[in-house]
Design a protein around this ligand. Structure first.
Ligand code: GLN
Length: 242
């Protein structure tokens, strides 16, 4: 291989970091490694600040948001991650990662929970119930390749998006997918979403499960636990390269 062609490949590739402290980071890395999309995506496990600064985008995986935040603090990554999000770098949080991107969280362990923030949402940890209430739901997601094919939504102790705000000077939130409101357990009235607090469509009372705001995106489900690569393709094309 000539030097010229290898350096051209290096400049074209997009390095996408996956926060690799705890949770489903290996699954995200595996799916990023086999994306059919162009330009080429090179996944990188992010465990340190030096790893982070090599990346063009970041995925924060599902797992346990309290543990991820604690390990990020111990690794000296919490402030660099907050700064990363504040600076407008493309970032996608799945499940526990979605919790970390919220500005406010309910249902935390005693002593509260550290967040990165970046998305103007209030979210409830384990808002659909415990592990046994995990479920799958086919999702109709705006903007995916083959839009007529529903996306397999895998929800594991998923958080519930309670409300979405659109403060002045902040990018407008854009809803990508919702599920039927009755999937949120009726008993947990503390965790019922407030549709009137949704600046995008106050008439729609279904629960938001995928949302974009500027260069941040959250999904309360786990696309990395399916064989469907379309959500990762969407992130690269619409959030990272847009
Ligand atoms: N309930 C977990 C938390 O609070 C998230 C679960 C998941 O990522 N599958 O972090």
């Amino acid at each position: 291989m000539s030097t010229a062609s290898s350096s051209a490949q290096v400049t074209e590739a997009i390095v996408v970091g996956v926060l690799a402290l705890q949770g489903a980071f290996a699954e995200h890395i595996a799916i990023l490694s086999r994306l059919p999309s162009q330009p080429k995506v090179v996944p990188r496990a992010v465990k340190t600040k030096d790893d982070l600064i090599q990346c063009r985008a970041l995925i924060i995986p599902g797992g346990e948001s309290t543990t991820i935040a604690l390990l990020a603090r111990l690794a000296g990554l919490l402030e660099p991650l907050r700064e990363w999000v504040r600076s407008g770098n493309p970032t996608w949080g799945t499940c526990a990662g979605a919790i970390l991107l919220a500005e406010a969280v309910e249902g935390t362990k005693a002593g509260g929970q550290e967040l990165l923030g970046g998305m103007n949402v209030r979210i409830a940890r384990n808002g659909y119930g415990s592990q046994v209430e995990s479920f799958e739901a086919p999702l109709d997601i705006d903007g995916l390749r083959d839009p007529e094919k529903l996306f397999p939504g895998v929800f594991i102790r998923a958080p519930v998006v309670l409300s979405i705000q659109h403060p002045p000077m902040r990018p407008k939130p854009y809803i990508l997918a919702r599920v039927a409101a009755d999937l949120v357990p009726v008993g947990s009235s503390d965790y019922l979403p407030d549709p009137t607090d949704d600046p995008t469509d106050p008439q729609d009372d279904r629960t938001v499960v995928a949302l974009r705001q500027g260069r941040c995106m959250l999904t309360t489900f786990h696309p990395e636990l399916t064989k469907d690569t379309r959500f990762h393709e969407y992130f690269i094309k619409e959030v990272v390269c847009a």
